[in-house]
Structure formats: structure tokens, C-alpha cells
Design a protein around this ligand. Sequence first.
Ligand code: HEM
Length: 162
Amino acid sequence: AAELNPALLPLDWLLGTWQSDEPGEGCFPTISPFRYTETLHFSHVGQPVINFMFNAFHAESKKPLHRECGFIRMQPGTNKVAFIIAQNSGLVEVEEGELTGQQLNLQTHALARISFAKEPYVQQITRVFQLRPDGRLEQTVSMATDNQPLMQHLHITYRRSP
Ligand code: HEM
């Protein structure tokens, strides 16, 4: 395996595979609450870039639902982090934010979608990743759409998988 690029040392705690330990919770004012499971993969090939894949499934039916994949970069010499993301819903997005200890706070920097994406359109996303003292990883996602202000859509915790 390639040696970790030193530019990524501040994010080494993300690397590997994470599996939701209990179902995550999805909500939004316009939809019925739902539960989901999710697996996260973060890897690297020696470049100053983390490659990631997130695959989510309906907790009860086990049907594949949401998927996203992309790249993470850090601005050298700073705590600035960028996520470059493609989602299966037809959304592509750049999120930027800051790393503070083992917490990442991100928000939409740029967003585009396929011409025939489902409405309502997402207009803004914020997310927080945090490695908790108990070793679990937590992700919280909020979004604003055409007709709703920024509000929580997802909350989930993961345990490291072998
Ligand atoms: C609904 C966006 C991640 C499951 C929605 C809606 C939007 C959206 C815009 C429609 C809201 C409305 O009708 O007012 C996003 C974005 C995500 C994301 C931007 C990532 C950043 C996920 C994940 C799951 C999920 C990880 C997990 C399974 C659902 C479900 C619904 C929904 C079940 C309601 C039914 C449906 O419209 O398909 N999401 N979502 N979403 N989302 Fe997400």
C-alpha cells in the first residue's frame, strides 16, 4: 500500500471503512421520517487526496438508496478542507470548510445538477463529521431546498469495520 501523503496526516483518522452501528435517522419537514444504514470507505493511493464512497440503504427493506463518491483535499499549510462530490441523485457538489481537531465542518461552495433532476432542488448543504471520544464517527447533514430553509436531513453514527 502507498504511504500516506503528509498533506493528509490531519485527516488520517477518517481512513478505512465505517459501518453504521445503529440505523441513521432521516427527516425533513416535507417527507416521512426514515431509517437507513450506511457504509463509508475512505482510501488513498499516496496522492494528497482521499478517495471516498458512501453507500446508504433503507434500514428495513435493505434497498440501496443514496450513494455519493468523490475526493477530499486539504489546502497545504492550513486547516481548510474541500470535498468534491458526485451523488446518484444527479447532484454534483463542492463543499468546503475547516478541520478542528477531529471535527470537520463543511458547507456548499458550488452545486450543479442534471437537467432532469427531481424537484425540489437542493440549494445548500452543511455537514459535520466528528470522531467521538468513544471511537465512533458521527455525521450530521442539513439542507435547504427551493421551499425549505436549512434544516437537518440526516444523522448517523458509525463504527470502524475491519
Ligand atoms: C429526500 C437531498 C442524502 C434518503 C430528499 C429530498 C432531497 C434530498 C432534496 C427531497 C425533499 C423534499 O421532497 O422536500 C439529499 C441530499 C443528500 C441526501 C442533498 C446528501 C447530502 C440522503 C441519504 C439518504 C437519503 C444518505 C439515506 C438513505 C432520503 C429519503 C427521502 C429523501 C428516503 C424521502 C423520499 C424521497 O424523496 O426519495 N433528500 N439527500 N437521503 N432522502 Fe435525501
